[in-house]
Design a protein around this ligand. Sequence first.
Ligand code: PEP
Ligand code: MN
Length: 337
Amino acid sequence: MLVVMKPHATEPEIEAVVEKIRSLGLMAHPIPGAQRVAIGITGNKGGLEPELFTTLPGVADAIRVSQPFKLVSREVKEEDTVIDVGGVPLGGSALTVMAGPCSVESKEQLLAAAHAVKKTGARFLRGGAFKPRTSPYEFQGLGEEALKLLALAREETGLKVVTEVMDVETLPMVADYADVLQIGARNMQNYSLLKYLGTIRKPILLKRGPSATIKEWLMAAEYIVSRGNYQVALCERGIRTFETMTRNTLDLNAVPLLKALTHLPVIVDPSHGIGLRAHVAAMARAGVAAGADGIIVEVHPRPEKALSDGQQSLTPAEFDELMRQVRVIAGAIGRAV
Ligand code: PEP
Ligand code: MN
């Protein structure tokens, strides 16, 4: 249920509603809006009577939320969520650009990539320290050494750091270094990890599972948000289909659908989505045209030498060209970059 306060409801009136919700053994989630505050209620097993709340001072209405993903739905919050990552917006009207190597491999590699993507207009640096590889014999990431290099790159460039966290054990360490925690596709339904992420106060980039439906993905986001961490962005990175000529099938249907269903920012990952360097720019353009709030792109100073995902990583020059094209598309739909 969503309790909608009157536009001029006072703090004590809002607090009284929150107290009432808690006294029923439920969780209250105040959601500030441009016009008024709303308070989401979770934890109830059956339906609640609206009169429990509509009789309280300052309350305009109490509405049943029809979607199973309650707090992330547009029904409870009409305005787009814009996450403030230390002064840099993630989501919102200006396009969010995240770029960098698949894996952090060395100081030289990371700093070269960071300076290059910064020059081209990215505000977030991506780079994996802990890598979820399909084969146990492949490069697994440099771990904490990579996190230290990401921190150094942030210091040199001012870029915010996005990096993957794979498990609850390493989460405190990764959270110490990262500005945004990436949850990889393989972990989208790792519910113990999602529950833990709900208790911390770090922005989360939740990638879509390779075979997750849009509803399952939104429910995964709800796991995090319902525990009190409201800073979640979604990342479409391609799903597994019968097609074998591309690495995944980038599901751009998801973009307009998500923009209608949820207030969370939607980022598109064309690199993992198609998996082929020659076509990453086209899918980045398509993602932006479909209405994504941002893109995340793999860029490597020497893709042919990359320890992971070289086949889909762009050179800095290719990334420059991608951004030139993306700026044209963004401009055409009234978005700044
Ligand atoms: C990555 O971003 O390098 C990555 C491993 O992505 P995904 O979890 O989408 O496969
Ligand atoms: Mn990768």
